[in-house]
Design a protein around this ligand. Structure first.
Ligand SMILES: C[C@H](O)[C@H](O)[C@H]1CNC2=NC(N)=NC(=O)C2=N1
Length: 101
């Protein structure tokens, strides 16, 4: 089934299940803080693996002890779709194993 943009209400409702995530413009976003720069880099690699698995490649920025994700769907003009929530949920699951907060 082709991806469709979610309504603003759907996005807000779904965000209540993802603490730490918010809507920034047309994208879902979350910043994670890690114990070291290397730990942050390892989280980036792990997220990149999931992005490949889902064939969904959101912006992923490595900072000093931080990882910033900005998630939207290019094929619908950069709006938020179900696939963005799927990726965000997967990242939430794996982030705790990295000690991210
Ligand atoms: C052909 C390939 O499946 C598409 O280009 C995928 C790749 N990764 C993607 N990532 C994101 N964020 N949005 C997309 O629409 C998208 N499309």
């Amino acid at each position: 089934m082709p991806l469709e943009p979610l309504s603003q209400k759907d996005v807000e409702d779904r965000l209540t299940e993802l603490p730490g995530w918010s809507l920034d413009g047309d994208s879902l976003t979350r910043s994670y803080r890690l114990a070291s720069h290397f730990a942050a880099a390892a989280l980036v690699v792990h997220i990149a693996q999931v992005q490949e698995e889902l064939d969904h490649h959101s912006d992923l920025t490595l900072g000093h002890h931080t990882v910033l994700l900005t998630v939207n769907t290019h094929s619908v003009g950069g709006a938020v779709t179900e696939k963005d929530f799927e990726l965000a949920g997967r990242v939430e699951e794996l982030s705790s194993g990295h000690g991210a907060r």
